[in-house]
Design a protein. Sequence first.
Lengths: 115, 467
Amino acid sequence: MKKIQNPKHKIQNKSKIQNSKLSEAEVKHIAKLAKLKLTKEEVKRFCSQLSEVLEYMEVLNEVETEGVEPTAQVTGLENVFREDEVYPSLKPKQAISGASAREGNFFKTGVVLEK
Amino acid sequence: MKLYQLTISQVREGLKKKEFSIKELVSSCLEQIKKLNPKLNAFITICEKEVLKKAEEADKKIRNSQSVIRNLPLLGIPIAAKDLFCTKGIKTTAGSKVLENYIPVYDATVIRKLKEAGAIIIGKTNCDAWAHGSSGENSDFGPTKNPFDETRVPGGSSSGSAVAVATGMCLAATGTDTGGSIRQPAAFCGVVGLKPTYGRVSRFGVVAMASSLDCMGHFTKDVRDCALILRVTAGKDEKDATSSPAPAADYLKILENPAKNFKIGLPRQYFIKGLDKKIEERVLKIVRLLGKRGLKIKEVSLPHTKYALATYYIIQPAEVSSNLARYDGIRYGLSRVKFGAEAKRRMMLGTYTLSAGYYEAYYLKAMKVRTLIRKDFENVFREVDLLITPVTPTLPFKLGEKVDNPLQMYLSDILTIPPSLAGIPGLSLPLGKIDNLPVGAQILGPQFSEEKIFQLARMIEREINEK
């Protein structure tokens, strides 16, 4: 099995936004994580554009957030449950109707794990 | 007056008096589409055949029994859906080539509710791909043009929906608003646009952008129609766990009551440097008028406003990167190679800020600042009932003006983003035109205060129309 390569930059646990300039190596690594293929031009363009946006985010360093609870759900709903009942659902034929490759009632994909 | 110019309420009156048929109404809208869509590019898909068939069916229903008009609040009303809403059997692209061949096998909850209320889906409107954008220019199917000046943008991301309503191609249209995608195009096109409270309307079946922010709303020609549609779409949905169990009000009931006892706040951080002076003057003129009518006006402060954009551009791309990860081209849609530049940019940004070592500095920090922004609004709404602000810092800008500068483009949402982070409702109300271009005001209220917002919006609308 191929070993997943470590990114060129060192991972460190930063709690502050700093040095937001992205290198081309970093941009390539992020693209890999996001399963995106970028052209050389895109790598260059994203390098400067993403750096600019990340730099803008440094403004948040000014805000004191010690002891502030993070907001994940804004209206305050918690633990939404429902009865575990069987509802009508899509038929297999409907569920695979948009697939680019299929076999019978199955999605067809490339091999993920080899023997 | 042509039929396509009518509001939903006027159509309902006309139908009751048998002044015209639904087939005549939808034909009038279809004619507008044929005449204007080649220039404006508001629609990706037009459902002409099905619409005419559905119109005939609705006419038949009325012939059988007039009472069906009373029972179905949107009977025969041609409504367009932003191409982010799944429509059974109708192509749903999200404005992206990745989904150019995707035909859903089910309806989004909003679409189902509209249909059950009698509405006819006339087509699917153009939008920035995946709702990423503030100008409509990020659509993989070409930009939509502003009907008041075709060299300018109509706003985005719900670009086509705003244009379709403004030009009478339909009577109302659905939209999605994550950071201003309904309110901003509504202001740029001179129509009413509502972003309801987060969770007021189900998100089920709508292509997700940023799930902690996405709100399903709509565009209409006036405030009454806006309230009418929310009454249909609002409510708890078992299929969206974040939809609110709080009962929806009968939004039409107190619409015409004067809003005289309301206290209105003017947040000083929204009247900023860089705000077009003419827009500021127009908004303040309305506020002064409300003062004359007996409403109390108070200047208020939302101190964390200046951190909202940075907060938003951490949280939103992070959630985008997670939501767009599902598009693998295996179960439906095409491969990830088809993603456009802006979607890639946001996925990259989100993947970076969520990656090991950076999560705390970016995402967690942003979620904490989000709490402070939310609390700002909570504090202010202890002093006042509603807020009035401009919707956008500028009038509709030129096509191409901001496409190469993402940060400049992001800044055009600076007045609509903070309310999105707080999950509160916002309505964009037309205030006439400046230099022949539409301008709007944003009315904001606490979570689930849509009833009050409609009341104030209706009062202002009356004042403007009477002049």
